[in-house]
Design a protein around this ligand. Structure first.
Ligand code: MRU
Length: 367
């Protein structure tokens, strides 16, 4: 069974339990998040990370926020507190759209609950929020599984697959996105080798992806980021599969820094480049990748390695946490709904359009 990155413990007065990803693979330690300040810090410092996991955690963050208003507070006051706490949690990281998507979804649910049942108590509101957060969690689990099923055929018997950063169970509520494709290919009986980029500067590939794949019994080879091109030149990589933090309406995709370079290398070597992501990672309000906010992180992530200083004092540092891969360099985007080949604004809009009952496809049929 895949590691459980996060889970809610207890009822409306409960707390969020997170695997502290800063300490993996050395130690598997759980964090108990009992307040939004603690959760904000956990997201900012990557104790919980990966776009879907951040989103689901934030949804539960509003359950924690709703624990604040007490006995005599009105529902209107509780909604005000939720709004403030939501804005605070939204300031924890700027790029993964799942964070804002989940916060907005739960906030709207609370607002609709109060509008529909203005005479109910605070505990009823808390229950409505917890139910919605559980739904966000459960849907993510299901989306991950379906992404894996929809993409597993892209991994051929005996092939080499390269991935970057961590888009596994640790990055979601379920079994991951890019890694879910690998887990499902393995389940279908195929043997293949995954090349896991170490992913400088924070080493999510070395610390998390290599660990997850090894635990799952998948053949994994750890490589430095700079080795990808040479592996492709030697014919060792037959597909690149990554996750995503935000996908613009035209298919331009933000993911961990280094993903853009991989897409260029893949094109040069005629290696297909796949993005695996749930529909909650699309941001149709943004027309192209140029408008995706890119997080800039602290210089010491680059100037230090495993706690030791590796650069001169006072050196200037550039540390963008994400980059944007152009849609034209993406062979296909794999979602829980199916596969978008050669993604562009039209195919994405069509893929994400709400299904009417007459259009609904039977279970298991993909685009
Ligand atoms: O900075 P991180 O570790 O949160 O970055 C995560 C990634 O870039 C993942 O590839 C992405 O969120 C997809 S997770 C299924």
């Amino acid at each position: 069974m895949a590691v459980e990155a996060l889970k809610w413990v207890g009822d409306v007065d409960g707390y969020l339990e997170l695997v502290d990803q800063r300490r993996l693979p050395g130690e598997l330690v759980k964090l108990q998040c009992r307040g939004i300040e603690q959760l904000h810090e956990a997201i900012r410092t990557l104790a919980v990370r990966g776009a879907p996991a951040i989103g689901v955690s934030a949804a539960y963050g509003l359950v924690l926020a709703a624990q604040k208003p007490g006995g005599r507070d009105s529902l209107e006051h509780a909604l005000k507190v939720l709004g403030e706490c939501g804005r605070y949690l939204a300031s924890s990281r700027p790029t993964a759209v799942n964070l804002f998507w989940a916060l907005e979804r739960v906030r709207r649910c609370a607002e609709e609950f109060v509008a529909a049942q203005p005479n109910s108590g605070l505990r009823d509101l808390r229950r409505a929020i917890l139910t919605e957060a559980h739904a966000v969690y459960q849907e993510d689990v299901e989306m991950c599984r379906r992404i894996g099923e929809n993409g597993q055929h892209f991994i051929r018997e005996g092939s080499g697959v390269l991935t970057h950063c961590n888009a596994g169970a640790l990055a979601t509520a379920g079994q991951g996105t890019a890694l879910s494709v690998m887990f499902e290919a393995k389940k279908s009986g195929r043997n293949f080798t995954v090349y896991a980029d170490e992913t400088r500067p924070l080493l999510q590939g070395a610390r998390l992806t290599a660990w997850e794949l090894k635990e799952a019994g998948i053949d994994v080879v750890l490589v430095c980021d700079s080795m990808a091109g040479w592996l492709m030149k030697q014919g060792k990589v037959n597909a690149v599969i990554t996750g995503a933090d935000r996908i613009a309406a035209n298919g331009d995709t933000a993911n961990k820094i280094g993903t853009y370079s991989l897409s260029i290398l893949a094109k040069k070597h005629s290696v297909p480049f796949y993005v695996a992501a749930p529909s909650s990672t699309f941001d149709l309000s943004i027309t192209s990748g140029a408008d995706i906010p890119i997080e800039q992180r602290d210089a010491d992530e680059v100037t230090s390695f495993a706690g030791a200083r590796i650069a001169p004092d006072d050196i200037d540092v550039c540390n963008p946490a994400f980059d944007v891969t152009e849609a034209r360099d993406i062979s296909a985007i794999i979602t829980e709904r199916g596969v978008i080949e050669n993604p562009d604004a039209r195919s994405i809009a069509q893929h994400l359009a709400p299904e009417t009952s007459s259009q609904k496809q039977p279970k298991g049929v993909t685009d």
